[in-house]
Design a protein around this ligand. Structure first.
Ligand code: NAG
Ligand code: NAG
Ligand code: NAG
Ligand code: NAG
Length: 915
C-alpha cells in the first residue's frame, strides 16, 4: 500500500498522500474511480497516518512560556466601548508573590495586556503616556491604593453547579461510574451562572473549574470571569484561541481519595466500597492507560520507521486524559484529606510514573511535611483556611495548618471549592490564614501568584508583569484587612467593577495572632480563680459598664460572682489580686449563637458521633408524625458537654449555644425544640433553658409527606397552633407565647405570609435565615419580628436566596438594612464549621455593612438573649485588640464569675479525641 511506504514528516505526508490517491485513481481509470469504497480506504489510510503522526509529534512537545506577550486574543470580546488604553497612575503594587513595591508605579493596559509598568512621574512613564495618547486613553489615579493582579482560584465548581441550584443546571457530579476520566467541564460550563459576575466583584478573575467526587472524575478547565458579548464559553477560557479545536491548552484533571469516592457510589454494586477497592480500581485503570500509551508509542515507532503500521493510531476517549497524564502533559489535582490517603496517592504516583501536582483540601497535610517534600516534584497544597469538622477526614484540621506548611516550605494555595465557600470570598481565605499566622506575603500569593504558578499559567495571570493579561484590582485598603473590597476590577483590560476611588488611609497588612510568650503561658495558672483583676482595658461592651475614654484604660476586679470594681485604678483597692496584665484590651459579653448541631453532633456525616439525624430518620420511615405533639423531638436530653466543637466555640468567646435537634441536610418540616446551654459547661446546670423555640423549616426544604407545598405548611402550622391553644403541649406553648416559633426560611414571600400569621395568631415568631428579609425590613420592624441571620454573605445558593445582598460593588448587606430599619437582628450559623471563625466572619460582616463593633456584637449577645429570652450570668471574654479585627486574640474567658480560661488554645489538643 502506498501509505505504508511513507516515512515522511507530518506536512509532507499530507501532500504526498493526496497526490498518490489522485495518481492511483487516474492510473486505474474508470473502474476504480467508480469503486468509491476503495478510494475511501485509501483516503482513510493516508489520513490516519497523517493524523497519527500528528499525535506522535505532540508526545514530544511541551508548552512554551510566552515572555512579554504582545497579543491577547480576548481583548475586544466584551463591549464595544472598551478603552484601548487604561493607565492606572500612582499605584502601590502588591504583586502575585505577595510583595509590596513602596515606589509608586503607573500600570499601562493596552488592548487587554499589561504593556508596561513604570515608575510614576518618571520620564519613561510620561513618554509612554503621551505615545499612547491618540488611542483613547482612560487615566485612573490610584494614589494611596493597593493595586494587585486579579485573584486566581484553583478549585471551583462555578458554572457547573450554577446558582441558584436547580436540577436543570447542576452538572457537577457525573456518577455513572467511579472512574470518568472522559468527562470535560467545558461540556457543562454555564456562563449564565450569576456567581461568575459576583466572583469578579470580589476580585476573582480566573479559576480552575473541576468536576467532583469520583475516584477519577475528569478534566477541568481554566476560565476567566468576564462574560463575552458573544456568550461563547470557549471565549472565556484562560487560553482562549480563535482556533478552538486545533490549539493546544494546558490540561488539568481531578481525582479523589478517601471518603467521597467511597460514599458516592454506595448504591452501585460493582463500585469500590473501601480504600482498598479504590486503590485497586485506580491501579487497574492506570494500567489500561499505560497499555494504550505503549500501543501508541509502538505505533509511532513503526510509523516513523520504514515499516508503517497497518492500523489507525490507537485512541480511546475513555483513557485519553490518563495517557496524557502518563506523558506528563496533564496537571493532576487530587482531593485528599487524611495523611495515609496522601501517602497512598504518592505510592501510586511512583508505581504509575505520574506526578501529583496539587493535593486539594488536604486538611491533614500540615502534619506530614516530610512525606510531601520527599516527592521528586513540587506538590502544592490547595487547602482551606478554616473549613473543618463535618466528616472524619476533615476532623483533624488546624487553623494553623497554612502557617505550619509555610514554615516547612510547602507551597500553599487557598481555595473556596465554590459553592462550598462562595467564590467571591476567596480573599477572605487568605485573610483568615494570615490571621492565624501565614505571612502576609504568602497569604496574598496563595490566592494569586501561587495558584497561577501551580497551574503553569504564570506567563499570563496571577502577577502584574509586562505581557501578562490585564487582570487588575484596585483595592479600597490592604486586601488582607477586614473589609477590603475591590473598587475596580479589570479582566483582560475590560472593566467589570467600577466603584469610585475615594481617599484612602494607606495601611499595611494586619497582624497575625502571636505565639504565646512565657509570661502569657504562666498566667494560665490563674485559671479557675474566682477573684481576679484585669488591667489595660481600652473598651468595654458590657452594657452596664461603659468606659469613660478620657480616664482610660480601665481595670476590672471580679469577686464572688460580681464586678466589684471597674475604673482606671482597681489595683489600689485590691492589691493582692490575681492579676492579668493586658494592653489594648476589649471586654465583651460572651456570645450567644444559634448553631445546627453544636452539642448534639461532632461529625455530621457520622451518625454515631451524634444524637441522631432527623432527615435520615424521615427517609428511613422511623420518624413519627409531627402532627401528634407527643412526637415532637426535643434537643434538651441529647446535649453532650465537653466535645471538641464546644471547646473550640468556648475558647473563642462563645458563652451560650442554642441548638435545635440535629436535622441534617434535606427535607423536613418540624425539626423540634431547641435547648440553650453553656458552651463551656459540664453539668446539667449548664443547660440555660431546656426549651427555647420550636423550629420549623418552611419552603422547599420543608416539603415532606403531609406538607408538600408551602401553602400547606403555613396552613397546617396555623391549624396545629390553634387546635392546641389550650393544651399542655409544644403547639399549645407556642400558642400562649411560652415558646418561640423559629421559622427557618430565606424567602421574602414566605416571610410575607408569616407576618400575616403572626398578626392572626399573636405568637412570637423568629425568622431564622432571612437572606431575603431585607426586602421586608420595615414590615418586620413594625410587627416586632426578629431575624436571626445565618448567612449574611450573599451566595444565591438556592432559589429562595436569589434576592440577597452581597456587600460588594456598592451593594448593602442584609444586616445593615435590617439594622437601619430597627429590626431586632441576631446571628446564627448555618455551617457549624464557621463557629470557630465567628469573630473574624462577623468582623467582616460589620466592615462590609458599615456597622460598628458594638452594633455587631449586640447582634451576637444581647439581641440573641432578648430574641430567645435567655437569662444571663456574669460571663464575658477579654481580647487583646478589637475582637472583630484580624490579629486580635482571646486573652481571658470568664464563665459565671470564674476566670475559666486564660489565653485559651485556639486549637485544643485533639489527640485524645481522634487520631
Ligand atoms: C518597584 O518599582 C520601581 C519603579 O518602577 C522599580 O524600579 C523597582 O524595580 C520595583 N521594585 C521591585 C522589587 O519590583
Ligand atoms: C525552608 O527554606 C529555607 C530557604 O531555602 C531554609 O533556610 C529552611 O531551612 C527551610 N525550612 C525547612 C523546614 O525546610
Ligand atoms: C481548672 O479547672 C479545670 C477543671 O476542673 C482543670 O482541668 C484545670 O487543671 C484547672 N486549672 C488550674 C490552673 O488549676
Ligand atoms: C453560677 O454561679 C452561681 C453562684 O455565683 C451558682 O449558684 C450557679 O449554680 C452557677 N451556675 C452554673 C451554671 O454553674
Amino acid at each position: 500500500m502506498i501509505a505504508r511506504e511513507t516515512t515522511l514528516s507530518d506536512k509532507k505526508i499530507m501532500g504526498f498522500a493526496k497526490i498518490m490517491v489522485c495518481a492511483m485513481v487516474m492510473a486505474l481509470g474508470i473502474t476504480l474511480y467508480s469503486s468509491s469504497s476503495y478510494v475511501e480506504v485509501l483516503e482513510v489510510q493516508s489520513d490516519f497516518l497523517v493524523q497519527g503522526l500528528r499525535h506522535c509529534k505532540r508526545h514530544k512537545e511541551s508548552f512554551i512560556r510566552e515572555e512579554h506577550r504582545k497579543y491577547n486574543p480576548r481583548y475586544g470580546l466584551f463591549l464595544e466601548e472598551d478603552n484601548k488604553v487604561t493607565i492606572i497612575k500612582n499605584a502601590i503594587i502588591l504583586d502575585g508573590d505577595g510583595k509590596v513595591n513602596q515606589t509608586e508605579n503607573d500600570i499601562f493596559m493596552v488592548e487587554g495586556l499589561i504593556r508596561d509598568i513604570l515608575a510614576s512621574n518618571s520620564l519613561e512613564s510620561e513618554k509612554l503616556t503621551s505615545d499612547l495618547h491618540g488611542m483613547g486613553v482612560e487615566i485612573i489615579d490610584a494614589k494611596d491604593h493597593y493595586v494587585s493582579p486579579g485573584l486566581v482560584e484553583m478549585h471551583s465548581h462555578i458554572g457547573i453547579c450554577s446558582q441558584p441550584e436547580l436540577k436543570g443546571v447542576n452538572d457537577m457530579f457525573e456518577l455513572m461510574l467511579p472512574v470518568t476520566p472522559f468527562t470535560r467541564v467545558i461540556d457543562a460550563f454555564n456562563l449564565g451562572d450569576p456567581s461568575i459576575q459576583m466572583a469578579a466583584a470580589g476580585g476573582v478573575t480566573s479559576a480552575l473549574v473541576l468536576p467532583s467526587a469520583n475516584l477519577i472524575s475528569g478534566e477541568g478547565f481554566t476560565f476567566k470571569f468576564a462574560i463575552p458579548k458573544s456568550r461563547s464559553v470557549e471565549e472565556m477560557l484562560v487560553e482562549y484561541s480563535t482556533d478552538f479545536l486545533e490549539s493546544e491548552r494546558r490540561r488539568y484533571m481531578k481525582m479523589a481519595c478517601g471518603e467521597n469516592p467511597k460514599r458516592r457510589f454506595k448504591a452501585m454494586m460493582d463500585a469500590p466500597k473501601s480504600r482498598m477497592g479504590l486503590g485497586h480500581l485506580f491501579r487497574e485503570t492506570m494500567q489500561k492507560a499505560q497499555d494504550l500509551k505503549d500501543r501508541q508509542d509502538t505505533w509511532c515507532e513503526l510509523a516513523l520507521s520504514s515499516r508503517s503500521p497497518s492500523e489507525r493510531y490507537p485512541v480511546d476517549d475513555n483513557l485519553d486524559l490518563l495517557v496524557e497524564l502518563l506523558r506528563g502533559k496533564v496537571r493532576s489535582n487530587v482531593h485528599c484529606y487524611e495523611t495515609f490517603d496522601v501517602e497512598t496517592i504518592f505510592r501510586h504516583s511512583r508505581e504509575m510514573g505520574i506526578e501529583i501536582n496539587a493535593l486539594h483540601h488536604a486538611l491533614d497535610a500540615f502534619r506530614i511535611p516530610e512525606i510531601i517534600k520527599k516527592q521528586p516534584y513540587e506538590v502544592a497544597i490547595a487547602t482551606f483556611a478554616s473549613t473543618w469538622g463535618f466528616k472524619k477526614e476533615a476532623f483533624q484540621s488546624s487553623l494553623f495548618g497554612p502557617k505550619i506548611m509555610e514554615e516547612n516550605n510547602l507551597t500553599v494555595v487557598l481555595t473556596t471549592d465554590h459553592p462550598a465557600i462562595p467564590q467571591h470570598s476567596l480573599i477572605n481565605q487568605a485573610q483568615i490564614a494570615h490571621h492565624y499566622g501565614l505571612s502576609s506575603e504568602k497569604a496574598f500569593a496563595s490566592v494569586s501568584g501561587e495558584p497561577s504558578r501551580v497551574l503553569q499559567l504564570d506567563d499570563r495571570i496571577g502577577f502584574l508583569r509586562k505581557g501578562f493579561d490585564a487582570d487588575i484590582i484596585i483595592w479600597n485598603m490592604h486586601p488582607l484587612q477586614m473589609g477590603a473590597i475591590p473598587l475596580k476590577v479589570f479582566i483582560d483590560g475590560h472593566k467589570v467593577v467600577d466603584q469610585p476611588i475615594r481617599e484612602s488611609v494607606i495601611n499595611d497588612a494586619p497582624n497575625s495572632v502571636g505565639v504565646l510568650t512565657e509570661n502569657e503561658l504562666d498566667s494560665r495558672l490563674l485559671e479557675n480563680s474566682t477573684s481576679f483583676l484585669v488591667t489595660g482595658i481600652k473598651q468595654s461592651f458590657l452594657a452596664d459598664f461603659p468606659i469613660d475614654q478620657e480616664n482610660g484604660p480601665y481595670e476590672i476586679y471580679v469577686s464572688e460572682g460580681g464586678i466589684k470594681c471597674f475604673k482606671s485604678d482597681c489595683s489600689t483597692d485590691y492589691p493582692d489580686s490575681n492579676i492579668i496584665k493586658l494592653e489594648n484590651a476589649y471586654i465583651s459579653p460572651s456570645l450567644t449563637v444559634l448553631t445546627q448541631g453544636h452539642g448534639l453532633v461532632e461529625m455530621e456525616l457520622e451518625d454515631s458521633t451524634g444524637d441522631g439525624e432527623l432527615v435520615e430518620a424521615l427517609k428511613e420511615g422511623t420518624l413519627l408524625d409531627f402532627k401528634d405533639p407527643q412526637n415532637i423531638i426535643k434537643a434538651k436530653h441529647g446535649i453532650r458537654f465537653g466535645g471538641i466543637h464546644l471547646l473550640k466555640a468556648f475558647n473563642l468567646g462563645v458563652g451560650k449555644l442554642i441548638t435545635p435537634p440535629f436535622r441534617g441536610e434535606g427535607n423536613l418540616f418540624v425539626t423540634g425544640v431547641s435547648a440553650a446551654f453553656n458552651a463551656g459547661g459540664s453539668t446539667l446546670e449548664d443547660i440555660v433553658q431546656d426549651e427555647v423555640a420550636l423550629h420549623i423549616t418552611m419552603g422547599s426544604n420543608g416539603k415532606q409527606k403531609g406538607v408538600p407545598t408551602i401553602s400547606s405548611q403555613i396552613e397546617l402550622i396555623e391549624a396545629l397552633i390553634r387546635d392546641n391553644s389550650l393544651a399542655d403541649n409544644t403547639y399549645g406553648k407556642v400558642a400562649r407565647k411560652e415558646l418561640k416559633l423559629a421559622i427557618h426560611t430565606n424567602s421574602k414571600d414566605i416571610i410575607l405570609h408569616l407576618i400575616s400569621l403572626k398578626q392572626k395568631l399573636d405568637i412570637d415568631i423568629v425568622i431564622v435565615g432571612g437572606i431575603e428579609s431585607h426586602l421586608l425590613a420595615p414590615e418586620l420592624a413594625k410587627n416586632n419580628i426578629p431575624v436571626v441571620v445565618t448567612i449574611w454573605q450573599c451566595q444565591r445558593r438556592f432559589w429562595d436566596e436569589r434576592r440577597c445582598l452581597s456587600g460588594l460593588a456598592g451593594q448593602s448587606t442584609v444586616l445593615k438594612v435590617l439594622h437601619d430599619a430597627g429590626v431586632l437582628v441576631g446571628i446564627g450559623v448555618e455551617d457549624d464549621s464557621k463557629v470557630r471563625i465567628l469573630l473574624q466572619d462577623s468582623g467582616l460582616a460589620a466592615a462590609l455593612s458599615g456597622l460598628s463593633t458594638e452594633s455587631m456584637l449586640q447582634m451576637m449577645t444581647s439581641n440573641m438573649d432578648s430574641i430567645f429570652e435567655l437569662s444571663n450570668d456574669l460571663s464575658f471574654f477579654v481580647t487583646t485588640g478589637d475582637p472583630l479585627t484580624y490579629g486580635s486574640r482571646v486573652a481571658a474567658i470568664v464563665k459565671n464569675g470564674t476566670l475559666s480560661k486564660v489565653y485559651p488554645d485556639i486549637e485544643p489538643d485533639l489527640d485524645s479525641l481522634t487520631q
